[in-house]
Unconditional design. Structure first.
Ligand code: AMP
Ligand code: GLY
Length: 425
């Protein structure tokens, strides 16, 4: 089968690398891909928002399955477009993708399904939001833009003053554009965050082992939010009993509620969780594989991923064998460009990739890279996801950082503490 993967980040490189290992995979093509996917698969120069071009290509190249990486094309309805053309595609429809693209829809659905989540109110009018904040007790609170804002539409506030400023930025100044047409104001939760992803065909869910992302730029979870500076899997933060509870109290009721609201959900349901004193609560849903969580997850997956995604598209996940995992944990360290998450230079040559790749149990996934005259150069903020297996999390971490040390470009940096929360002192 020929497979098309849409996107160009580390997640898409991991998907391409894993799917290309399937005995059933013939061509694996990534649109538009990066320097890493050019090596482990092939690239086609089509953007993720060029639906007409992607459909044309899928037909010409006889693509048997398309897998969508990022949220933007899903929210814009790529699955609906492909299905109308009779093309097989893995991911939620536009209506189902609202679980990520509208925080108001998501919160209302969670409330209707009794899924544990922060208390909240939604607002269409700025004045009402302001009055609400002024009348209630001055406590820590979170203000969220309703729509997609590249992970930046959430402002965590310590007090009323900050919350009022957040409302002003989102709803008056419209710093996230249309995404700020509606607001969610919610209770601030405390605890550790974890990511639990499940593959679902709308009926059956296959839950993947729990992972933990590191969203802040600096060690010790300091500094600004980023797309994710590293991840590891599994995380001891979520033990088997808790994973089971997350499935029963969060994932299954969500899939049922989506079906009831006539938006059957097929694809990856990614639960961003806060593990609070009262147990796990949902912070947000994403409707796609996580980046960088996918890198350590797929490094550990032994089962043929193409078989699983294929079964999901055909609605027969209830009939596949349980997924098999490498018992060893995996750690992914993101190497970033100088200046990220703000402005950063591009086009800097990267050295040492082959030396890093030669280390055992290491895979260097590319995120923001490109090929220029045969040389791999930087082309994004998050550049590489250096991923390694090890007998323990501490050894996986050691292996990942040994590989990181082999790789150089001007201004390259990474967090030094990825997975430390899982390592007992
Ligand atoms: P979201 O896009 O909703 O996951 O929000 C992004 C980040 O904001 C999360 O990963 C959390 O770190 C933080 N966050 C979101 N909602 C809350 C909340 N209710 N309480 C505390 N932190 C939150
Ligand atoms: N790891 C965060 C995300 O994929 O949204």
């Amino acid at each position: 089968m020929n497979v098309l993967i849409v996107g160009n980040g580390g997640r898409e490189h991991a998907l391409a690398w894993k799917i290309a290992q399937s005995p059933r995979a013939e061509r694996v093509v990534v649109a538009p891909g990066n320097a890493g996917t050019a090596r482990d698969a092939e690239n086609v120069d089509l953007r993720a928002d060029d639906f007409a071009g992607l459909v044309r290509f899928a037909k010409e190249a006889r693509i048997g399955l398309t897998v969508v990486g990022p949220e933007a094309p899903l929210a814009a309805g790529i699955v609906d477009v492909f299905e109308r053309e009779g093309l097989r595609i893995f991911g939620p429809t536009k209506a189902a993708a609202e679980l990520e693209s509208s925080k108001v829809f998501c919160k209302d659905l969670l409330r209707s399904a009794n899924v544990p989540s922060a208390d909240y109110r939604t607002f269409r009018e700025v004045e009402r939001a302001v009055t609400f904040l002024q009348q209630r007790e001055d406590v820590p609170i979170v203000v969220k833009a309703d729509g997609l804002a590249a992970g930046k539409g959430v402002i965590v506030c310590d007090n009323r003053q900050q919350a009022l400023e957040a409302v002003d930025r989102i709803a008056r100044q419209k710093v996230f554009g249309e995404a700020g047409n509606q607001l969610v104001i919610e209770e601030r939760l405390h605890g550790e965050e974890a990511s639990v992803l499940a593959i679902t065909d709308g009926q059956t869910i296959v839950t993947l082992p729990p992972a933990q992302d590191h969203k802040r730029a600096k060690d010790g979870d300091q500094g600004p939010n980023t797309g994710g500076m590293g991840a590891y899997c599994p995380t001891p933060l979520v033990d088997d009993a808790m994973l089971h509870a997350i499935e029963e109290q969060i994932l299954v009721p969500t899939v049922h509620a989506m079906k009831r609201s006539r938006r059957p959900f097929r694809g990856v349901l990614y639960a961003g969780l806060m593990i609070t004193n009262q147990g796990p609560k949902i912070l947000e849903y994403n409707v796609r594989f996580g980046d960088p969580e996918t890198q350590p997850l797929l490094m550990r997956l032994k089962t043929d991923l193409l078989d699983v995604l294929d079964a999901a598209v055909e609605g027969r996940l209830d009939r596949i064998a349980p997924l098999e995992w490498d018992p060893r944990p995996a750690v992914c360290v993101v190497m970033a460009s100088e200046g990220y998450p703000d402005e950063y230079p591009k086009g800097l040559p990267i050295r040492g990739l082959d030396d890093a790749a030669a280390l055992p149990d290491v895979k260097v996934f590319h995120a923001g890279t490109a090929l220029r005259d045969g040389q791999v150069v930087t082309s994004g903020g998050r550049v590489l996801g250096v991923t390694a297996l090890g007998d323990t999390i501490a050894l996986a971490k050691l292996n990942a950082y040994s590989a990181v040390r082999k790789i150089r470009w001007k201004g390259a940096w990474c967090r030094k503490d990825i997975s430390d929360k899982a390592i007992k002192p």
